[in-house]
Write a protein that binds this ligand. Structure first.
Ligand SMILES: O=C[C@H](O)COP(=O)(O)O
Length: 252
């Protein structure tokens, strides 16, 4: 894969201003690892300050509304994220799909709103454990990809897809390497079917219990273009161990 490995920390609903020290430490270390693209997605309250605290790493939002503005108490629009200094936004995380009843149709509208606002987009997909046990994981994820990725002209150029099996998120469990490889291959086939040649360039991240001790193996899987990291991204030390594993791919 031609593009750099992309390691993204999703802080979820964690972090107050003290977390800016972690962001600074990650930024300093990333400067010494030019062969990895690094980013963090802090909670909305910290986006502006994080942007101001770092020089090199990307900063993103964790969700956006489909509309640019309006009477949507508690929501944040893509242009607002852009204005706060975000470079990208995560949409369709399973916690949004499950806890906020977001359908792929909504996720797609969010992805398109983000693209229109000038943000890169990470679209998350992933099956539940019941779906995997039923043998329908690839069908479920394929339908999510098809239904969630943006259709807007040019959006594919700033698109990343993150495969996150729901049952692997925050559990310490990860799929077998063969299962990760098979799913990433299936997602690639789907992206090429949707976008043609441009679909071959979209990075596909793996997410779900990525830690220092499994990162190198996961990141070496064909079609795995990086990682979307939750828990292990909350401290610079554990996150940087994963970034270091990505940097090591080049030497290994
Ligand atoms: O967005 C990140 C994922 O949900 C993974 O979270 P985790 O690394 O805590 O399993």
């Amino acid at each position: 894969m031609a593009s750099l490995p992309y390691i993204v920390g999703n802080w979820k609903m964690n972090g107050t201003r003290a977390m800016l020290n972690e962001a600074r430490a990650i930024d300093r270390a990333a400067a010494r690892l030019p062969k990895v693209q690094v980013a963090v997605a802090p909670p909305a309250t910290l986006i502006y300050r994080t942007r101001d605290s770092v020089e090199l790493i990307g900063v993103g939002g964790q969700d956006c509304h489909v509309k640019e503005s309006g009477a949507f108490t508690g929501d944040i629009s893509a242009p607002m994220l852009k204005d706060a200094g975000a470079d990208f936004v995560i949409v369709g995380h399973s916690e949004r799909r499950t806890l906020h009843a977001e359908t792929s149709e909504i996720v797609k509208a969010k992805a398109e709103a983000a693209h229109s606002a000038g943000l890169a987009v990470i679209v998350c997909v992933g099956e539940t454990e019941a779906e995997r046990d039923a043998g329908s994981a690839e069908a479920v994820v394929g339908a999510q990809v098809e239904g969630s990725v943006p259709g807007t002209d040019g959006a594919v150029d700033r698109l990343t897809v993150a495969y996150e099996p729901v049952w692997a998120i925050g559990t310490g469990r990860v799929p077998s390497i063969d299962d990760v490889a098979a799913m990433h291959k299936a997602i690639r086939v789907k992206l090429v079917a949707i976008y043609g040649d441009a679909g071959a360039q979209v990075r596909i991240l793996y997410g779900g219990s990525v830690k220092a001790d499994n990162a190198a193996e996961l990141l070496a899987v064909p079609e795995v273009g990086g990682a979307l990291v939750g828990g292990a991204s909350l401290a610079a030390e554990s996150f940087l161990a994963i970034v270091g594993a990505a940097a090591g791919l080049d030497e290994g």
